[in-house]
Design a protein around this ligand. Sequence first.
Ligand code: NAD
Length: 362
Amino acid sequence: MSKKILILPGDGIGPEIVAEAVKVLTCLRDDFGLALELETALVGGAAYDASSHPLPAATLDLARAADAVLLGAVGGPKWEPLPIAVRPEKGLLGLRAALGLFANLRPAILYPQLAAASTLRAEVVAGLDLMIVRELTGGIYFGQPRGVETLASGERRGINTLVYTESEIERICRVAFDIAMRRGRRLCSVDKANVLECTELWREVATRVGRDYPEVTLTHLYVDNAAMQLVRAPKQFDVMVTTNMFGDILSDCAAMLTGSIGMLPSASLDASARGMYEPIHGSAPDIAGRGVANPLATILSVAMMLRYSLGAPELATRIEAAVGAVLDQGLRTADIAAAGTEQVGTAAMGDAILAALRTEAA
Ligand code: NAD
């Protein structure tokens, strides 16, 4: 049975980079026999312009019916004056909430060819291949009570609440253990169990779930130490799992270890591995419409989609190999350009990936 993919190009460079990813999906369908149905819809500022809402009901219906969603990026200065409730970002948050996407997968991969792009020494980061699994729909970002109240004294007090149920912890840990089983079988659970009771529970549940995965070596780190270790020796990690807020911070830190925002994909999954796939970067309004954006993060998001939602890990590996081959050829978009490489635009980079894929197919 063919899989339904909803394509949401979004705003800014979104349509440019998604066009290259669609070329890859079309190639997988036509040359590799992958049964796919592609549908395109509006989200973000583009949707607001067309229908006064960043997440129209028609888009949400299509997303609910799809096996996976590929999103470019949303937002831009044009929509910043709008009320928060209809800003482009609300379209994205609305999709995550409506689809129940509780598991955010953020790989930090540094292709050896791009080691010079990192602010860390090449030997510390070259070949880095780390996966951070962040809980996305619970924790302090959603806990009640929350808000700012005025005390009898007239002083104001701000409140947020860190809250996790055992089942919320268990389901994100299971996602992380399953991913570790497909990778290097090492999982580091990150908490602050020495100070926060809620994450003491986190540690206890992670340890309990770990008994179902005897092949995975489970370790625990306090978040402050995890941040230090990420910068000191990031290659010690295979998979990390953590709370919403810790994951927010650590995954951005890990992304920056690679130094190339245009290279990093991400996935957000529900309980049955239906997911939304998107590059980690935004809509880059400063370069939109110029045909210079790097499409590789979006193309690598397609690889994640194949691995985690479409059950085609061998095709995911082929895409990743094609990206490596194109980097080996010395082709670079402006954001990753370096001396001795050939600078190409968005479409030429997409075409080079297609050529590398077709070479593998032949
Ligand atoms: P950004 O990620 O869009 O851009 C940061 C810098 O990285 C810019 O200089 C940009 O040119 C560059 N860059 C980003 N992606 C690139 C690519 N593929 N190729 C080459 N260079 C690339 O972050 P920002 O400037 O803070 O945000 C711009 C807009 O994007 C804002 O409206 C923001 O709200 C939105 N945003 C959306 C998402 C999303 O859709 N998931 C995420 C972050 C930001």
